[in-house]
Design a protein around this ligand. Structure first.
Ligand code: NAP
Length: 259
């Protein structure tokens, strides 16, 4: 039976929040919502075998496109959507925006700030596509360290005979024999990153502008070692959807006084 829509400002406890997660921010938000007694469900795509689970109720797996998400939102009586997916999870964000349009359910984007404000950002090689990243890196080094994620690796197939260091969360099916695959996930420490980048050794780092502290140690390590950085710009999002970079911003938007 669908739950009735309510005005949160009048009855904060009556909110039901869908948190599209898969990020540290999504997990922090789930904690804050639970702490404040807000009914919330976090969702994960289900790509990782052993995901870090947020507290509270969790739903794993896609919705089946915009239509599936619209049905889910209606059937489960959600009053609010928080898109806390990774800055590069563009399809899920597009679907969330479209589903919010179709249902009239308010939505906010929770996204960590990018690294473009880092004082060293002007020394990095900013690119807009993965192919551009590959081409730029070819002019900078011969032993790349690829940290752009499993789903990007097809773009680097021209490097299948090179000594590439690749770090991913989940095992790859048939990586090129010349590649060294490291299975790991953040948070990372600078000392460990430096050790890794020296022991292999790498001479150019490729990354997305993921932002946040979880994976930023590689940038410090690259700086210390004089390794050039090729960095993929963030895809643009919808400007008509409100955006915040922290959990407090979401609580304010919900009209919840953090207690
Ligand atoms: P994507 O390309 O934007 O989404 C592909 C499909 O996966 C979506 O259409 C949706 O399937 C499903 N999906 C994605 N995020 C979901 C979520 N939080 N809850 C339920 N279904 C979700 O996403 P992606 O780039 O593959 O990322 C997948 C997940 O990993 C996201 O949750 C993201 O926050 C996290 N992540 C991504 C990156 C990255 O670099 N892309 C890095 C770290 C973490 P349906 O169409 O069937 O609904």
């Amino acid at each position: 039976m669908p739950r009735p829509m309510v005005h949160l400002a009048a009855r904060p406890h009556a909110a039901r929040v869908l948190v599209l997660g898969g990020t540290a921010e999504g997990r922090s938000l789930a904690e804050a919502l639970q702490r404040n007694g807000i009914d919330a469900v976090s969702t994960l795509a289900g790509r990782v075998a052993r995901p870090r689970l947020p507290v509270g109720e969790v739903r794993i797996g896609g919705f089946g496109g915009v239509a599936g998400l619209v049905s889910h939102l209606r059937e489960d009586g959600y009053t609010h959507i928080v898109d806390a997916t990774h800055p590069f999870a563009t399809r899920m964000s597009e679907h969330a925006g479209a589903a919010a349009d179709r249902t009239g359910i308010p939505i906010i984007r929770l996204a960590r700030p990018g690294w473009s404000h880092d004082p060293r950002a002007t020394t990095w090689h900013w690119v807009s596509t993965l192919d551009e990243a590959r081409e730029r890196a070819e002019g900078l080094g011969e032993r790349p360290f690829l940290t752009t994620g499993r789903q990007t690796l097809d773009h680097f197939h021209p490097w299948r005979n090179r000594p590439v260091l690749v770090r991913v969360v989940e095992p790859l099916e048939e990586p090129p024999p010349a590649w060294t695959i490291i299975l790991d996930r953040g948070p990372y420490a600078v000392a460990g990153e430096q050790e890794l980048m020296c022991s292999h050794p790498v001479d150019v780092l490729l990354t997305k502008d993921s932002g946040g502290a979880y994976t930023s140690a590689k940038l410090d390590a690259a700086h210390a070692l004089g390794v050039p950085v090729v960095i993929l710009r963030r895809p643009g999002g919808r400007e008509d959807i409100p955006q915040t970079s922290n959990v407090t911003g979401v609580l304010d938007w919900l009209g919840v006084a953090d207690g």
